[in-house]
Ligand binder design. Structure first.
Ligand SMILES: [Zn+2]
Length: 641
């Protein structure tokens, strides 16, 4: 509350903020004035039953619903097409809040990971829609990542373009002008425009055009004149119902580094000297040429710093440049991103390679350096150690072959774990908690690092790590460590220990529905323990309940959405399974059924062996009698065109 008073000047207007927690709820939370309704998993937490990630999520969701009192309730939406008016703005507000409470870089990495993995996929798929959609059949299908996450990115760009002071003037004007009214996204942009005096006509295209802009960057260095030139082009792919799009207004933050890793002044003309080391270029045409003067050597560019716009950047990075940025970029987000790009490049180069093909030794050395770097923000180190997910690798490929992606990623992970065994054990020991449990950023980063180390070591069935995991499971005083050890065991080849650990964990927590959901999800998302026959067994488990949305999500949703190698079994059994569960749920809970279809809707993205079978599964759903409007809309749009 204090944060919103200080940052936005908004005070609460009731005596008490009330939340009712319910176990059976399709959504996360809902901001009814006076009595907020929360899914119990989004509000109930104790150190014994909730992970650090759950604590952080709960803090963010409570903030989000609280902020809605102004951005959503006192100023609300004129119609459902304006959903992003309240959701985009409020997600932006809650992300600013979470950034202030913890590490801004880590929060940015988490938001962008979700955006690039899932929202970009939505933007490139059959359900692509602008953040202010022009039509819909069933509005519950439009509580999407585009409305929420891309909507928040669009507000963030306004913040980047206007600066925080002007942005605050704009939000003050918006709240004053429209308090008690039901308005549109255009009213929001107009308030920003009126307060700042800036022309945002072209910026409004972000609300109308769907699809993720592709920004292609080329560079050259003119040694004789000391001029470094960037040629930047933008293009927006066609989406259902939209072709030949106009260029958008894109804030593109850049920096340049010299070979010593120092930031260089960005002088835009030969006369300028001592320019700033960070600049936000404003792209508005389909092509721009920008020159930087007074440079005595060819610099390394740091592009789209802090992910200043929701776009895909194409630039021919060399591995040398990525390694350099990974250890020198002063922009924490780009430092992480360079590591991700390098890992993606290495994994992609191993697609279809022999099982014993060698892994880029410089990647191993870069990770070794990270594991030993006690100076760097340890929360950032934990993020940098995570390899790009299979879902992200699928998103980056055409004609995705998931088993091949899975195999290549596994090869890199196992190679890293073998090569860095000593560093991983040392990292685990160094990050053990000696005192009482704490929920501070430092303690969270420590738990995160040591559980990553443990997970990697168990991934190669390391006996010493097995002992550590069993000990951690026995002595943990919090759910993060307990679940970290359980997850590591579940993803290892130690089948007997895994089964025993799962049984013990269930016995201990069988009366807590939220922990039972975690127990389901650890198995459903595991390549080792989550093959289809085991998923079928989980559905027969006495604790599973088809009427409880959280249980359905934690088994069926996680299997299809996160256990990609098992779901995309070449025999098509995963698709068959999902289509059956969607049809089964369609009668009782069409909203959840429509969401579960989502992994099938991207069928065009996959190699023919997979896409043909995914399409057939969609057709089976389409042919069900009395299909709900929710599922009908998603299935028909996916099959059309
Ligand atoms: Zn909301």
């Amino acid at each position: 509350m204090r944060w919103d008073e200080e940052v936005y000047g908004r005070e609460y207007d009731l005596d008490i903020f009330m939340i009712v927690a319910v176990d059976d709820f399709n959504m996360g939370a809902m901001e009814n004035k006076g009595l907020n309704i929360f899914n119990s998993s989004c509000v109930l937490a104790s150190q014994d039953t909730a992970t650090d990630a759950a604590f952080q999520r709960i803090e963010a969701i409570v903030a989000h619903e609280y902020f809605h009192n102004w951005s959503g309730n006192r100023v609300t939406c004129r119609d459902w097409f304006q959903l992003s008016l309240k959701e985009g703005f409020t997600v932006f507000r809650d992300s600013q809040f979470s950034a202030d409470m913890g590490s801004p870089t880590v929060k940015r990495i988490e938001d962008v990971t979700l955006l690039r993995t899932a929202q970009f996929a939505e933007d490139a798929g059959p359900m692509a829609h602008p953040i202010r959609p022009a039509s819909y059949m069933e509005i519950t299908n439009f509580y999407t990542l585009t409305i929420y996450e891309k909507g928040a990115e669009v507000v963030r760009m306004l913040h980047n373009l206007l600066g925080s002071e002007m942005f605050r003037k704009g939000s003050d004007l918006y709240f004053e002008r429209h308090d008690g009214q039901a308005v549109t996204t255009d009213d929001f942009v107009r308030a920003m425009e009126d307060a700042s005096g800036r022309d945002l006509a072209q910026f409004r295209l972000w609300y109308e055009q769907a699809g993720t802009p592709i920004v292609t960057v080329e560079d050259d260095y003119d040694e004789a004149n000391g001029v470094y030139r960037l040629t930047i082009k933008q293009a927006i792919p066609d989406t259902p119902g939209q072709t030949h799009k106009k260029p958008q207004h894109i804030p593109f933050a850049v920096g340049l580094l010299n070979s010593a890793g120092e930031s260089l002044p960005l002088n835009l003309s030969a006369d300028e000297q001592g320019g700033p080391v960070d600049r936000v270029l404003e792209l508005s045409e389909s092509e721009h040429c920008v020159e930087f003067h007074g440079l005595s050597e060819r610099p390394v560019p740091s592009l789209l710093r802090d992910f200043s716009a929701p776009v895909r950047v194409r630039y021919p990075w060399t591995r040398e440049q990525l390694l350099f940025l990974m250890s020198h970029d002063p922009d924490g987000f780009n430092r992480w991103d360079a590591g991700q790009r390098l890992a993606v490049d290495v994994i992609q180069s191993l697609l279809g390679a022999a099982k014993d093909a060698s892994v880029e030794p410089r990647l191993i050395e870069a990770y070794r350096h990270l594991l030993n770097d006690a100076e760097l923000d340890q929360a950032l180190v934990a993020k940098m150690l995570l390899l790009p997910s299979e879902a992200y690798l699928v998103e980056l490929s055409d004609q995705a072959d998931v088993p091949a992606i899975h195999a290549a990623r596994e090869q890199v992970l196992k190679c890293l774990a073998h090569a860095l065994r000593d560093e991983l054990l040392a990292c685990y020991q160094r990050n053990l908690d000696r005192g009482d449990y704490q929920l501070s950023s430092e303690a969270i980063a420590r738990r995160s690092l040591r559980n990553i180390a443990l997970g990697w070591l168990l991934h190669i069935d390391d006996e010493q790590a097995l002992t550590l995991a069993l000990e951690q499971l026995e002595t943990a005083d919090n759910m993060t460590d307990r679940l970290g050890a359980l997850r590591a065991l579940v993803n290892s080849g130690f089948a007997a220990e895994r089964d025993r650990a799962l049984d013990d964990f269930y016995q201990r927590f069988s009366d807590d529905p939220q922990v039972v959901e975690l127990w389901f999800s650890v198995q459903a998302s595991s390549g080792q323990a989550g093959q289809l026959p085991q998923i079928q067994q989980l559905l027969q488990h006495p604790a599973f309940d088809w009427k409880n949305p959280n249980k359905v999500r934690s088994v069926v949703g996680l299997f299809a959405g996160q256990n990609l190698a098992a779901f995309h079994n070449p025999d098509g059994s995963g698709y068959q399974f999902l289509s059956e569960q969607v049809c089964r749920l369609d009668d009782s809970n069409p909203q959840i059924a429509a969401r579960l279809v989502s992994p099938l809707t991207r069928w065009r993205k996959f190699a023919p062996l997979y896409s043909d079978q995914m399409k057939a599964a969609l057709e089976r759903i389409r042919d069900k009698s009395e299909l709900s409007r929710d599922v009908y809309e998603v299935v028909h749009k996916s099959l059309a065109g």
